[in-house]
Design a protein around this ligand. Structure first.
Ligand code: LLP
Length: 428
């Protein structure tokens, strides 16, 4: 569910007219719906009620401190992957003792920072990392809480760049080696074994792979529990969202219909995994990122030029691949809608940015209502892995972020200036 819809012909986010947001804050710009994020969190939390559980929001999906603050107030914990993300969580009023720290390459500096702040658990991905955490904990006189990330060798049936639970991926410890790695951890004096973790991938649109992972790991989790007295099992993140028909998916009837293949509801997800997870008698952690924030965001952009060649019509907009890289990197598909509702007959076009690369497109051969210079559009479902993956490529300033809550639109990150672009640089 989300709260983007046309009201009297103008696209709104909650009660706010996005034409007004574009006029006030300029384009390109990111807009998020606070109500959608809260609604998604509450709906998932409710579906998981049968389990003793904690939702640890995957900060990487959208790490603006206003978003983190909102989720902390809802009762979320956080799944972090860097010292920078921990810093953000703490600045936003989140608690370190509700943070899990994931990732294959934690540096000594990040480990020591997280230990001193008291994170709930390190999700460890190799024996070398266990040894490093043990050493640093010893030098600080702290006992480090650890879990091992187990790779269940399950096919998440998603894009190859975001599938993580196959044995050929760089993540985790193979299921057959996990018990040995736990024995290694047990023998290290400055570690305390706290849990077990897995994550099979992202943008997963079927419940099957989650059920398969939970089923495949249940016996191992019970064995580790009996040997090491663990308190949690984290099943990771990965719940997929609707990208096509994103606007329609905000409508309650559409969302609850059961015949659309491209969506998984929190209730489907919960029903698939609870049977395997409930009997474990452990606290179950979840690490959703995209599900909570993806459909809650849009990237607003203004058409600069329309260029027709014998081959194609190019609609050139002021946003670019540096602002939203998902189409270029993962062939990601984002619905594009005009801010002014249009009855024009759709024509095929490429929607492209100004960056000097052929990969700088948002849509190719997409049928959209005719657009002219000055028209504004929204790229939907851009709340997850949107702003956070942006860069200054082509010396383009990072975009502003705006959060809408009811009838209010508030700036939560200002647009970078040209001065910001060179801050920190010097000529020797
Ligand atoms: N937990 C771990 C250990 C992860 O690696 C990830 C995502 C998550 C949780 C959250 O997954 P989610 O619920 O958001 O699917 N940039 C890509 C997605 C990369 C996902 C990386 N790991 C994209 O734009 O599609």
């Amino acid at each position: 569910m989300h709260q983007f819809s046309y009201i009297d012909g103008d696209l709104h986010c909650e009660e706010v007219n996005l034409e007004e947001v574009a006029a006030q804050f300029g384009t390109p710009s990111y807009v998020y719906s606070a109500g959608t994020i809260r609604g998604n969190f509450q709906r998932l939390d409710r579906a998981l009620q049968p389990l003793d559980h904690l939702i640890c929001y995957a900060v990487k999906a959208n790490s603006n401190i206003a978003v983190l603050d909102l989720l902390a107030r809802e009762g979320a914990g956080f799944d972090i992957v860097s010292g920078g993300e921990l810093f953000r969580v703490l600045k936003a009023g989140g608690r370190a003792d509700r943070c899990t720290f994931a990732g294959v390459g934690k540096t000594a500096h990040e480990i020591s920072y997280a230990l001193q702040e008291g994170v709930y658990c390190f999700n460890v991905e190799s024996e070398a990392e266990l040894v490093r955490i043990n050493e640093i904990a010893g030098s600080l006189g702290i006992i480090a809480p650890v879990a091992v990330r187990v790779n269940p060798d399950v096919d998440a049936r998603t894009h190859k760049f975001i599938s993580t639970g196959k044995s050929k991926n760089k993540f985790g410890i193979g299921i057959d080696r996990a018990a040995d790695v736990y024995a290694t951890a047990e023998a290290l004096p400055h570690l305390r074994i706290r849990g077990i973790q897995t994550h099979i991938g992202s943008q997963i649109l079927e419940a099957g792979p989650f059920a398969e992972a939970a089923g495949k790991l249940a016996a191992l989790v019970s064995e580790i529990k009996s040997r090491h007295d663990i308190e949690f099992f984290s099943i990771g993140g990965g719940i997929g969202i609707v990208y096509d028909h994103a606007l329609a998916s905000g409508q309650p009837e559409w969302w609850t219909s059961t015949d659309h293949p491209h969506r998984i509801t929190p209730e489907d997800y919960a029903a698939a995994i609870i049977p395997a997870l409930a009997p474990l008698g452990l606290r179950i952690l979840f690490e959703p990122g995209r599900f909570l924030v993806g459909n809650a965001g849009a990237l607003l952009s203004t058409v600069q030029y329309v260029k027709s060649t014998p081959a194609k019509t190019f609609t050139i907009v002021d946003a670019a691949m540096n602002d939203l890289i998902r189409p270029a990197l993962y062939e990601g598909w984002h619905e594009i809608v005009p801010l002014k509702e249009s009855n024009g007959t759709p024509i095929p076009m490429d929607v492209v940015g100004p960056v000097c690369e052929s990969g700088d497109f948002f849509a190719q051969d997409r049928a959209l209502p005719p657009l002219a210079a000055g028209d504004r559009i929204a790229l939907l479902s851009a709340g997850a892995y949107g702003f956070v993956m942006s860069s200054n490529y082509n010396s383009r300033p990072l975009l502003p972020e705006i959060i809408v809550d009811g009838s209010e639109a508030l700036l939560i990150r200002r647009r970078q200036s040209f001065e910001d672009l060179i801050a920190g640089e010097s000529i020797p």
